[in-house]
Design a protein around this ligand. Sequence first.
Ligand SMILES: O=P(O)(O)OC[C@H]1O[C@H](OP(=O)(O)OP(=O)(O)O)[C@H](O)[C@@H]1O
Ligand SMILES: O=c1cc[nH]c(=O)[nH]1
Length: 456
Amino acid sequence: MGSGLKENIKNHSSAIRPNGSEVHTEQKQPFVIGVAGGTASGKTTVCNMIIAQLHDQRVALVNQDSFYRMLSKEKLKQVHEYNFDHPDAFDTDLLLSCMEKLKRGQAVTVPNYDYKSRRNNTLPQQKVNPSDVIILEGILVLHDSRVRDLMNMKIFVDTDSDLRLARRIQRDTIERGRDIRTVLDQYSKFVKPSFEEFILPSKKYADIIIPRGGDNDVAVDLIVQHIRTKFGQHDLCKIYPNVFIIHSTFQIRGMHTLIRDVNSTTHDFVFYADRLIRLVVEHGLGHLPFTEKQIITPTGSVYSGVVFCKRLCGVSIIRSGESMENALRACCKGIKIGKILIHGEGNNGPRLMYEKLPEDIASRHVLLLDPILASGNSSVQAISLLVSKGVPESNIIFLNLVATPEGIHTVCKKFPELKIVTSEIDVSLDDDLRVIPGMGEFGDRYFGTDEMPRQP
Ligand SMILES: O=P(O)(O)OC[C@H]1O[C@H](OP(=O)(O)OP(=O)(O)O)[C@H](O)[C@@H]1O
Ligand SMILES: O=c1cc[nH]c(=O)[nH]1
């Protein structure tokens, strides 16, 4: 059984044990993307599309415009003679130091540039938190080699100059309160020459050139796929094609945020764990075989559908797995559910203590229930029992809320035909076999047997 909320989670990459020693897990470097391109080329739209598609990662957006130098009073009086498209208009040293800190996993505050007053000290500074992906957007982010060297991926958004000018006129007159003559003067005097002298030549450093900017869904899809491959998580699904992670949404991440929070109450923990469990169960059921069936709808039309697989049962690993039984019963009316108790303590590793399984289990598809796949030791015991009862490995679907890479390797190497369906794959397993970042002892938190006082 679990022994309460032991850990005091710091971040994804380290945690403090009760004795104060630090548990180190691999520090993942953020993936830094630079998005450059001429004025009004659609850089922001491309960035927003990448952010929307990477909704299951923490993404921070840093805008090069935040680093515009402050103009002296004299220069402000002559603002129409100032070239905002020249590399010297930006405080690149400050930008570099912010990006280096973010890359090391530290939070930073960046100035907030006000386009109307052309000052960077009138609006409150913005805090940028450490993230899995950092996007640096701006006309000249590919110009300086020191900034380029921080990037893992360099993108140039390449949009026709007439279209860009039309958009620029619209944006500056409507959003930034400028008159059209000033916009056109600035364009011919500074914007166009600087584009040709500094921005366009930086295109040669790009790894990816996106023609038509935000209209190019295909390019953005490919970029997002590449970023996903760089994060180990999805590599596991490639190594083990029978591992399935349910499609992440902000709702799902929100539920994970609540159940992982050390300060969540038992009531909230149960509520959100139940919601997630229901999603995992529904997803798991989707992997069962089906037969096709045509029916007639009340409109007299034919609907070509399918019939659910009937020969199935659930098996929960006591005690945490029992938290998943209700969701399974709610989805599959009258389903038989067996139980397995594995005791994990002692020198001999986990041992089977108790089992009660349907007699005809060998002829059923089995949904094996346990919210946590940590080391995989208890699940290997449970799966071995099912296989010894004659259940074909390929008829077992193992449902979890959270799995570790270590647990997945252990289970999938031994049972390559079994399917695992999980809602998230965590970073790692620590020396005490706890999931990191994890959610603590699931059984204790779900059944309210954790004794640690919560922080106020
Ligand atoms: O992959 P493993 O390293 O074997 O760990 C996972 C097991 O740990 C948890 O159970 P726990 O022993 O905390 O008991 P409980 O469910 O009764 O609380 C969990 O529910 C799994 O059964
Ligand atoms: O972190 C862990 C590991 C095993 N079981 C849990 O409930 N949590």
